[in-house]
Write a protein that binds this ligand. Sequence first.
Ligand code: SF4
Length: 479
Amino acid sequence: MAQKHKVLIMRCDGYDSDRIAGIVKDGMAELGVVPSGRILLKPNVVLAHPQFFPHAFTRAEFLDGVLAAIKSRAEAPEEIAVGERSGITVPTRFNFKNAGYPEIIARHRVKAYYFDESRQVAVKLKNPHALRDSVYIPRPVARSDFLINLPKFKAHPWCRLTLSLKNFIGLQDDRHRLVDHNQFLEHKIADLQEVVPSKFIAIDGIIAGQKMMLTPTPFSLGAIVMGTNSCAVDTVGCHMVNLNPHDLTHLRYASQRGYGPLTMEQIDVSGDYPLEAVQEHTCNFKFCVERIDDYFSSSRRLNCTVGKFPEAHATEYCQGGCPGALQEAMHIFRGFNPDVDQQMRKLRYVVGQVDQPLDLDENERVIFAGDCTRWQGKIDEKTVHIKGGYKTVSEVNIKKTASNDMLLKTVSALVHALKKKSSRYLHARGCPVSVAQHVNYIAAVANIKNPIFDRRLLFPVILAYGQMRFFRFLNRFMP
Ligand code: SF4
């Protein structure tokens, strides 16, 4: 009989670095983990800000504790580094600073890799079920010998839950991250598992996140989950919040591709926090996998019309792209202005192929979102034809992807919205239209304050952006 994968669930009710170090060190010893060579730690720092995004990222105290444990367990390490690419095109430097990482990284004398500044290399995929035959990853990931995965335990509006498998989306830079970040998101996550295996996983589940991934509501889970196989760890993670692992689609795909188990019969769960006790504690843990037309149905200012989607495996909804980005964008607005739902101008959001009239209210403006969106009808007695422009997987060439540079995208969205200022509608293009683009378009069309221009964010982000561009340029010449 094949040996079972071991997963540990340990109690930890606070962010005390020394305690975390002790728990992780003991966990590594029990799992037989001995890091060596080029050791790369990959936390989840999708977005970080102590005031606006306090629960979206792997906490600095957690990183601190794990680094201490690794240094005491490692044998002949060549390099220890922390690397990540944050989300929504915000420079990773900005988020590391807000997460409190630079002090920890300096104190432990380890290296930081901002993947948005690194050179990207193509890696061939051989799995017969892979969506693509190659993907791009940052060079520090390709060169690593021992990848340590440090996810944050969070619900996710696109995928239900983000644990260790989903954390790999943060390996890719902006140019490649949004490729297949649509109806194929779950396939893309499974593809990335072939690039590099996680040799040790420690999930920050001390304070978990519910509902959203950028603006989650906190849930005191009080747990650290550890293991050496991502599928095994994520399967246990699903059970911890009473979710059937089969419903975590990327986990199912990863398991089908042979990367690890999906059933508890193949996993040996131990630790000092019994799974049944965790399940009882999380019986009210909240997810958010509602369709946007249901989710915003009570809003008097935002009305969503959802049509049909292009790919045969999911014609009813696009779970990995624009709709989820709209939800995240609206939560960002609410974080900056709790009254935004009452203050915004009436907005119709149209996504997918829609075949019925829109029946717009007077003064209601329209955002047609995404390349798959098509509609023909009359607005203000004039014929409007939204033609779409969706490309299939084989039509998207990953060697010729467009830049998703933060400044470029922001300026292009704002100029586009300005040009359409006197029009009742605009078509925001992209597949997906990113969260940041949603924020820019909604702010302009619904006439609300754009959080990107909040002075508490604007200057630090611009500074980090300038540094990012400079070091990205320098790294092009590094051997
Ligand atoms: S355009 Fe948006 S909604 Fe349409 S398939 Fe692409 S990501 Fe999904």
